[in-house]
Design a protein around this ligand. Structure first.
Ligand code: SF4
Length: 271
């Protein structure tokens, strides 16, 4: 079994969030509305990454996101665990929305590696009230960070766009076209025990917009399948022609002049 080389892997540690952004790409407000807001078990996430590194020799980028990752009480443990694979990744980024302080254990573990970067999304002084404090903390603890401005005239990417799922499934041909043009392919993402090719179909399934059969993934934590079987499934996944989920999705960067929306605009009723 020759281990794989991958470009990136993301991991949602929790779907809990203290914001309810209208155009949230993870559909967090909808998850709250449905009362289905998973916080992934840390032991399970660690086991998933353990299996991941038994299958994958090198990955360029690991992204830790959610939800708001700072809400997971055991985030530092996952980062500490991943440090043992430091030679096998190029960069590890942790996302936060600039509304919460960064817990000291997270700062301490992130300071241990130059490969770890805190990505602070700044939604303006009314929402991301902790950005200055986060900057000070990062400087104090020697954590590398970057601030991505999502407000004002020069908002990153010109703002957010609508990632809602399509009401009617596209033809296979059109889905293939979406897959070939989408700049979001290869976004392998870990949700709990499972590694999926792209987070969108999984998120669509979680909010009831897509059938489960249209989500392609490998169960990393599963005693019923051997490592070899997981490997074969992952190789198969890496070579798919398209994802069935692309038939429900307008993708990223496929269409020009897509309407932009004010980032992080909050829904009115917060459940
Ligand atoms: S079109 Fe949608 S489902 Fe397909 S790869 Fe792009 S983001 Fe993922």
């Amino acid at each position: 079994m020759e281990k794989l080389v991958m470009d990136r892997v993301s991991c949602h540690v929790t779907e809990r969030c203290n914001l309810r952004c209208k155009m949230c790409s993870a559909f967090i407000p909808k998850l709250y509305e449905l009362g289905n807001v998973p916080e992934y078990d840390m032991d399970e996430l660690i086991k998933s990454f353990q299996t991941y590194f038994e299958l994958v020799e090198r990955v360029r980028m690991i992204s830790i996101s959610g939800g708001e990752p700072m809400l997971h009480p055991r985030l530092a443990e996952l980062l500490e665990f991943l440090l043992q694979y430091e030679e096998r990744f190029t960069k590890l980024e942790v996302f936060t929305n600039g509304t919460l302080s960064i817990p000291e254990p997270v700062l301490k573990v992130m300071a241990k590696s130059e490969k770890m970067l805190l990505f602070v999304d700044h939604y303006g002084p009314e929402i991301s009230k902790k950005v200055d404090e986060i900057k000070e903390l990062c400087e104090k603890y020697n954590v590398r960070y970057t601030i991505r401005i999502y407000y004002g005239e020069n908002a990153h990417m010109g703002g957010w766009f609508d990632k809602s799922f399509l009401k009617e499934k596209l033809s296979e041909e059109k889905a293939k076209e979406h897959f070939s043009k989408c700049v979001s392919t290869n976004m392998f993402t870990i949700f709990g025990k499972e590694l999926v090719y792209c987070p969108m179909p999984y998120e669509g399934w979680a909010i009831g917009a897509i059938p489960r059969s249209d989500v392609l993934g490998v169960r990393l934590v599963d005693e019923e399948t051997t490592l070899e079987e997981k490997y074969e499934k992952l190789v198969e996944l890496c070579n798919v022609e398209y994802l069935p989920g692309c038939a429900w999705c307008n993708g990223v960067g496929i269409y020009e002049d897509v309407k932009r929306y004010v980032p992080a605009e909050q829904v009115k009723s917060k459940k």
